[in-house]
Write a protein that binds this ligand. Structure first.
Ligand SMILES: Nc1ncnc2c1ncn2[C@@H]1O[C@H](COP(=O)(O)OP(=O)(O)OP(=O)(O)O)[C@@H](O)[C@H]1O
Ligand SMILES: [Mg+2]
Length: 369
């Protein structure tokens, strides 16, 4: 057991997964650890000295937060609130939190110690892990089916060509042409279902470069009809990744966003379509059961009609599509590429705001793969 003098308490508190807030006797924020900064997307500098009620209390909340905090501060009675919804930076955060009194040796008056556990994240981790396993099984199945479809196609195509040549009456060539073009369409579909057979080729990538590439492609494709905003954190580190595969991921998601915004005529009439590309560092993200201290987050956000609720749970499955002529492979391929990079894609959608967030761990080392 190390002696007290060998423990760096600051380091310890800043590495806790639990978010911690210290509040002074005026109910102003005195300190928040790194997990708390990440939870609220709020820097210590901005938060210090702010009334904690700005975070803990919402105007429509029936719970008497102010009285409860004063009670703990003055009488030392701890309490816990479950499934509270806090509003920070215009973002709702679902948490369980416990408040207790802390007698500090430095401060004369007692402080309040608030420990917060995000429940969203726990639910999300459980859901994502089981989804990821299901996806792997489904992908194997899809690859098997695609393989079986592809096998006889070469034979059908060859035989049809022979047939076409031996037809005495050229008017029947119209029918053999239909067979050949449908066989080709099926072969392209089976190829997409099988996915890329190329092994990823990793190199140091500045993620803004593929993102800018995708932006240029979208500008070109939509002939400037869509407003594209960029909100980049230019201090992002480079990461070891397959640049071309990341372009495919970003493109599949951006194309979906463009389609959602422009194909829905009723929606398009009243809104001007807009796409936002955002990059951030996001601390403490669990991907496939591994907690990463630092990740890069890329948001691709559109103001389209949103993903229908009944589809939202299933969009990453292959062959799930909400579009009349969609194959439903874009997102499944994108998620697969992200898994190969030890990353993931998450999605949140309400009408008017759909965000696909790509998470890539940047302390991870692909040499280990
Ligand atoms: N930004 C978005 N807004 C609304 N719906 C979306 C958005 N992104 C995806 N979707 C829905 O998710 C479905 C699945 O997308 P996915 O890219 O996997 O397949 P697809 O676009 O239908 O076909 P493909 O990409 O293979 O041509 C889409 O059909 C659409 O219904
Ligand atoms: Mg698509």
């Amino acid at each position: 057991m190390p002696s007290n003098s060998t423990i760096d308490y600051q380091l310890l508190v800043d590495n806790l997964v639990t978010a911690i807030l210290l509040v002074d006797h005026n109910l102003n924020i005195y300190y928040l650890n790194s997990a708390c900064e990440a939870l609220f997307d709020l820097s210590s500098l901005r938060a210090k000295g702010q009334p904690v009620l700005n975070i803990l209390h919402r105007s429509n909340d029936h719970f008497k937060t102010h009285e409860a905090l004063l009670n703990t501060l003055n009488k030392g009675q701890s309490y816990t609130r479950r499934e509270a919804i806090l509003s920070v930076n215009f973002k709702d955060v679902h948490v369980d939190y416990s408040v207790s009194q802390l007698q500090s040796s430095i401060q004369q008056a007692p402080l309040l110690l608030i420990e917060l556990t995000p429940i969203d994240r726990m639910l999300k981790i459980a859901k994502e892990e089981s989804l990821s396993q299901q996806h792997q099984v489904t992908r194997q199945l899809i690859r098997g089916v695609a393989h079986e479809i592809k096998n006889p196609l070469g034979g059908i195509r060859g035989a049809t060509q022979l047939l076409a040549r031996s037809l005495a009456d050229p008017q029947y060539n119209e029918f053999t042409d239909v067979i050949i073009s449908e066989v080709d369409r099926l072969r392209n579909l089976a190829d997409t279902m099988l996915g890329s057979r190329q092994l990823p080729s990793y190199s140091e990538v500045n993620l803004h470069e593929p993102l800018e590439r995708v932006r240029a492609l979208i500008v070109n494709q939509t002939k400037n009809r869509i407003k594209i905003t960029r909100d980049y954190d230019l201090s992002l580190p480079e990461i070891n990744a397959d640049r071309d595969q990341l372009i495919q991921v970003m493109l599949n998601i951006s194309v979906n966003a463009v389609q959602a915004m422009t194909e829905n005529k009723a929606f398009y009439q009243d809104h001007s379509p807009s796409l936002c590309l955002r990059t951030r560092i996001q601390r403490l993200v669990t991907i496939n059961g591994v907690l990463h201290k630092s990740t890069i987050r890329i948001d691709i956000e559109d103001n389209g009609p949103g993903i229908p609720e009944e589809l939202l749970e299933a969009i990453f499955y292959p062959l799930v599509s909400g579009r009349a002529n969609g194959t439903g492979l874009g997102l499944s391929i994108a998620q697969n590429i992200m898994h190969q990079h030890s990353g993931m894609i998450a999605c949140q959608s309400i009408p008017g705001k759909t965000t696909f967030s790509l998470y890539l761990p940047w302390e991870s080392n692909h040499a280990a793969k």
